[in-house]
Write a protein that binds this ligand. Structure first.
Ligand code: ZN
Length: 79
């Protein structure tokens, strides 16, 4: 029997890389498991979006902020 199943991975909302692309397991059977693994690798959730370690920084007030970039620029431009 061939069965289609749904698996989850985490993709950065800024640079669009996926969390597990170079690893043995690239997807997980629950969103929670995928996120937990990503978080262990330094990913962060900011305003319900998900960012890889390269796409956020900590500002002077110890707040996590998304680095400026193409996507952010686009969103500002669209307003
Ligand atoms: Zn990223």
């Amino acid at each position: 029997m061939i069965e289609q199943i749904t698996m989850y991975t985490i993709r950065c909302d800024r640079c669009e890389i996926t969390a597990f692309q170079d690893q043995e397991d690239t997807a997980w059977d629950s969103k929670e498991a995928a996120w937990e693994l990503a978080e262990n690798q330094g990913w962060e959730k900011i305003n319900e979006r998900h960012y890889c370690p390269g796409c956020y920084e900590i500002d002077e007030e110890d707040e996590l902020v998304v680095k400026a970039g193409v996507r952010i620029y686009f969103e500002h431009k669209a307003k």
